[in-house]
Design a protein around this ligand. Structure first.
Ligand code: HEC
Ligand code: HEC
Length: 324
């Protein structure tokens, strides 16, 4: 006997073993004969209502449905699919199941699907020639958070974007748009509706890449820099470059002079698998990093500087935003 918790009352399904056997047979049949797709779905909704009794129908109605359900399954097993379905539908009235079309099951895209989709957008945007003037027009909206200079705010909740490699900006934007970067707070602002398609991504990336880099953003404590340097040489330089300059060809971000707090947050998300779009080899390389290592290496990184010609002079203001 199976006890069914049906809200205020508790009922048992009689002949329960027969029902279970019949369900097993029915689902086998559905697999081999894809004749009546609706029967299985109806049965699922009825069984749900039998278990939960959300409409609080009387026990009499529940029992009456159980009888019809068993009869319908029997018909179904003997191949009378149309009659079986008609009988089963009587339960909808008895249990007061609302007549709505069952919602189609949404299959969550796999990381591979997302990566493939993102890669297409990235390749497309990379192949286009950026229209930097249009890029500025788009960037005016981004500046609300990333500031006119692309340095974002000093607390480090957001990255310095200025001077970042074009391929990195394109890849990150595509990943954020497609839902392939975890915790992306700016998703709504990067959508195709907000800024447009691949050409717009190429344009805004072209503009951001041209901005000058601020080397005076947040740093760490400065207490463990030697250790930080040795960790960097052993674990990071092979990808991010001797000086943290990254690599446009391999989508590896420029991380020198990046805001310390931002570095820490992203690094931990990458290590703990929360950023989703991270480079798997980097994840493997840093998985054993504990707090001391994280803070030492990122403090060191935040103090690395790009060549002087890429650096913004102190008090530099983006002339594209200066209004007279
Ligand atoms: C509401 C604030 C906000 C707006 C508007 C915004 N961003 Fe962001 N952006 C963020 C935050 C916060 C992050 C850090 C990742 C996260 O937490 O979502 C980020 C991350 C990024 C990154 C990833 C950089 C990296 O180093 O990985 C890029 C690229 C970027 N933004 C570009 C843009 C562009 C281009 C626009 C305008 C179309 C824009 N953002 C608008 C807040 C914003
Ligand atoms: C195997 C190559 C590789 C190694 C080793 C590696 N990284 Fe990365 N790293 C990458 C790539 C590629 C990305 C961009 C991933 C993506 O597309 O989201 C990245 C992203 C990052 C980010 C996020 C930057 C941003 O703008 O959002 C930080 C921070 C970072 N790496 C720091 C480090 C540090 C520090 C080390 C060493 C302890 C390290 N990485 C080792 C390849 C590597």
């Amino acid at each position: 006997m199976v006890s069914v918790d049906s809200g205020p009352m508790s009922i048992s399904i009689p002949n329960c073993r027969r029902v279970v056997i019949a369900i097993a047979t029915a689902s086998l049949l559905v697999i081999s004969l894809p004749a009546v797709a609706g029967f299985d779905e109806d049965l699922e909704r009825i069984d749900h209502a039998l278990r939960k009794n959300p409409s609080r129908v009387l026990q009499q109605a529940v029992e009456s449905c159980l009888g019809r359900r068993a009869f319908a399954l029997d018909l179904y097993n003997r191949g009378h699919t149309v009659r079986a379905e008609r009988f089963l539908r009587l339960c909808f009235d008895l249990l007061k199941i609302p007549e709505v079309a069952p919602t189609p099951k949404v299959v969550a895209p796999t990381p591979e699907d997302l990566n493939a989709k993102a890669r297409k957008q990235i390749e497309q945007a990379l192949s286009l020639t950026p229209d930097v003037a249009h890029g500025l027009q788009i960037y005016r909206d981004c500046a609300a958070c990333h500031m006119p200079e692309g340095w974002s705010l000093p607390y480090g909740g957001m990255p310095q974007l200025a001077g970042q490699h074009r391929s990195v900006i394109i890849k990150q934007l595509a990943d954020i748009r497609i839902g392939n970067r975890g915790n992306a707070m700016m998703a709504a602002y990067a959508s195709a509706e907000a800024i447009g398609g691949a050409q717009s991504i190429a344009d805004v990336a072209g503009y951001i890449e041209s901005l000058e880099i601020n080397v005076r953003l947040g740093k760490g404590s400065g207490k463990d820099l030697e250790y930080g340097e040795s960790l960097y040489r052993e674990n990071c330089a092979q990808c991010h470059g001797e000086n943290g300059e990254g690599n446009n060809e391999t989508y590896t971000p420029r991380i020198h002079a990046q805001n310390y707090n931002y570095l820490v947050r992203q690094f931990e998300w990458i290590r703990d698998g929360e950023r989703h779009n991270a480079n798997p080899e980097m994840v493997a390389q840093i998985k054993a990093f504990e707090d001391r290592e994280v803070h030492a290496v990122l403090d060191y990184v935040s103090r690395l500087e790009p060549p002087i010609e890429m650096q913004a002079p102190p008090d530099w203001k983006n002339p594209d935003f200066v209004t007279e």
